[in-house]
Write a protein that binds this ligand. Structure first.
Ligand code: ZN
Length: 530
């Protein structure tokens, strides 16, 4: 047998959860073709993995990298973490399938999250959209159909209910999306225009998702709760799963400052549904706070009409004053989330990146609402933020401990929630996987290396039906990470977020070396998985 590449003498963790074993892995083109004792005489290249762990490449079930992958296809911060596959189209907000006109509209609304991907890409179908990634970016991508794009196509960026005919068209868009290779359907917490849907609309669409034997990924609703069954995002999602039988996946479900140290509390309602037979999985990133776009703070009425209409309202003195009053009344100077906003991405005023809204308000004697509306206007809505972590170190420690407790459940997997725009982006974009795998695994010592790898590889591949991915197995794609389990660790922090982890030596994507001795090779061998 001849090989293109042999990985020699590694401690192989195959991604299934079973115990590691010593061996060699033979690769021909993009596949693993042999595992065992292999002779170096029969290979063009080899990697000596003596003393290192060899595992499947990590599968990141929640990223927002679809914009940046088109801008920076070498995607170094993903590769450096050992990520070889990323799920995109998350939280009900992404850019396909959309007409060109609607692409430009949603691109503008999402610019704080996605940056400025090229204006001229084809987003008209999921198939066309995925062709922008296939063999053109460093990692494999798999796409979920976002509710926001469906609504934008059918009724524009407007707060109107879908009528019966439009619901049928929406179902058709979803079926076509699955035929084009989508792997799920997604909705998001506070993201327009998808959030304008009621429970009954989402329920109708999820019945199609269930018919297609696919999965509904939900970041539970946090806005317009009056439109949700039970006026609660989790209750709404579980109601939809109970009624339609759809398999459901909860996005980054973790404890917060309020629930720190009480991880069982945040699982009560979900566990009850599981006992009734609802098919549920979840994911988590190992940080005590999140990151997203401040445009979603603006009220529903201001969102109506889309980004150009939002800018028009911000430019109108009286309208702007009303928005400021809404923001200041809804989020007074000491209530979350505005009091914990720290700007991560302010491309025209990068000196504001890393500044907290609280600090800017104290310095300028302006209110949160005034500052936020000024910045949104100056940046034409292209702004991102990170939520500051809790002040109290004990709280942060408890949330880390909770994340390990939750991850040790058999229904949890790992995600990063990559939101990488800006010089002060969230550290998760650079460190989520090695943080779990190194820092937290060693500190809490309650999950075996094999089990944690399973939650980053074999488990998500099975759950999202990523064929021939997530395992070291003959016939599977050669997506592989080689790392030192004793030294692997994240180095990205909230105040210095754009730091690569250490301890990961090699990363292989579809048989091509993307990271060699810790250095990115710049390869772009990722496939669009369909
Ligand atoms: Zn997200």
């Amino acid at each position: 047998m001849a090989f293109d590449l042999i990985i020699k003498n590694g401690s192989i963790i195959d991604g299934s959860g079973r115990k590691s074993f010593l061996g060699d892995i033979g690769i021909v083109r993009d596949k693993i073709t042999a595992i065992g004792k292999l002779s170096l005489e029969n290979t063009k290249h080899h990697i000596d993995a003596n003393g290192l762990t060899v595992s499947p490449g990590f599968i990141d079930t929640h990223t927002h990298s679809e914009g940046d992958l088109l801008i920076n296809p070498k995607h170094e911060y993903g590769i450096q973490q050992g990520i070889t596959t990323e799920l995109i189209g998350i939280d009900g907000m992404s850019i396909a399938p959309l007409s060109h006109k609607n692409y430009l509209i949603y691109r503008k609304w999402l610019s704080g999250l996605l940056g400025q991907p090229p204006k001229d890409i084809d987003t008209s179908s999921i198939k066309a959209f995925l062709s922008n990634y296939h063999k053109k970016v460093a990692v494999n991508t798999a796409y979920l159909i976002p509710l926001g794009a469906i609504r934008l196509e059918l009724v524009g960026f407007n707060d109107v209910p879908l009528n019966k005919d439009q619901i049928n068209k929406a179902k058709k868009i979803i079926s076509n999306g699955f035929a084009d290779g989508a792997i799920g359907f997604s909705t998001g917490s506070a993201y327009y225009p998808g959030i304008w849907s009621t429970t009954s609309e989402i329920l109708e669409l999820c019945s199609t998702v269930q018919n297609e034997n696919s999965i509904y990924m939900v970041e539970p609703r946090s806005s317009l709760l009056e439109r949700a069954f039970g006026n609660n995002g989790i209750t709404e999602a579980l109601h939809i799963a109970r009624k339609t039988n759809v398999s459901i996946h909860f996005a980054h479900h973790r404890t917060t400052e309020e629930t720190a140290g009480n991880s069982s509390k945040i699982m009560t309602e979900i566990d009850k549904a599981k006992e009734e037979g609802v098919d549920i999985s979840l994911d988590i990133y190992p940080y005590p706070s999140g990151s997203t776009i401040p445009i979603s703070f603006l009220p529903s009425g201001v969102q109506n009409g889309g980004p150009d209409s939002i800018l028009k309202k911000l430019k109108n003195k009286q309208e702007k004053q009303k928005i400021i009053e809404y923001l200041d009344n809804t989020y007074s100077s000491n209530t979350r989330p505005l009091s914990e906003v720290s700007f991560s991405y302010v491309p025209n005023n990068p000196h504001l990146e890393g500044e907290s809204l609280m600090n800017l308000a104290n310095k300028s004697k302006k209110s949160f609402g005034e500052i936020l509306t000024d910045i949104l206007l100056k940046e034409e809505l292209e702004v991102g933020y990170v939520m500051l972590p809790p002040n109290n170190p004990k709280t942060c420690h408890l949330i880390s401990e909770d994340s390990i407790k939750l991850l040790s459940r058999d229904d949890y997997m790992v995600c990063s929630d990559i939101t990488a725009a800006g010089s002060m982006s969230h550290p998760r974009s650079f460190g989520a996987f090695p943080r779990f795998l190194g820092r937290l695994r060693r500190e809490f010592n309650s999950i075996s290396l094999e089990s944690m790898i399973h939650k980053m590889t074999g488990f998500p591949a099975e759950r999202f039906q990523l064929s021939k991915r997530g395992k070291i197995q003959e016939g599977f794609f050669a997506d592989i990470v080689i790392f030192n389990p004793d030294s692997i660790i994240d180095t990205a922090t909230y105040d210095s977020p754009r730091q690569f982890p250490i301890g990961i030596d090699h990363v292989i994507v579809n048989g091509t070396i993307a990271l060699k001795n810790g250095q990115s090779t710049g390869s772009i061998s990722g496939y669009a998985i369909t």
